[in-house]
Design a protein. Structure first.
Length: 86
């Protein structure tokens, strides 16, 4: 589930050509990502009306984990590079 969420978020970012701002945001707010993940869980009753709760929980786990955050950044970079090579 975590890899699927990482892939989905990375593809959305790259399709919209937002990889640079997204990576800058993720890197600069790295110390706060744990709080963002917890905030998503607190907002689950509201956000769950628009996004499946399982996906909100998976994204929260991605933000809670330093390893997952690194994986998301790496995946964004890889997809952007693939796009630019075409």
């Amino acid at each position: 589930m975590r890899e699927r969420v990482i892939e989905r978020v990375a593809r959305i970012v790259v399709e919209r050509r937002l990889e640079t701002p997204a990576m800058m945001f993720l890197e600069s707010n790295r110390p706060l990502t744990f709080l963002a993940g917890q905030g998503m869980l607190a907002a689950l009753p509201v956000v769950g009306a628009f996004i499946p709760p399982a996906e909100v929980e998976a994204l929260s786990r991605v933000l809670d984990s330093e390893e997952s955050l690194d994986r998301l950044i790496e995946r964004i970079e890889a997809l952007a590079q693939e796009r630019d090579q075409r």
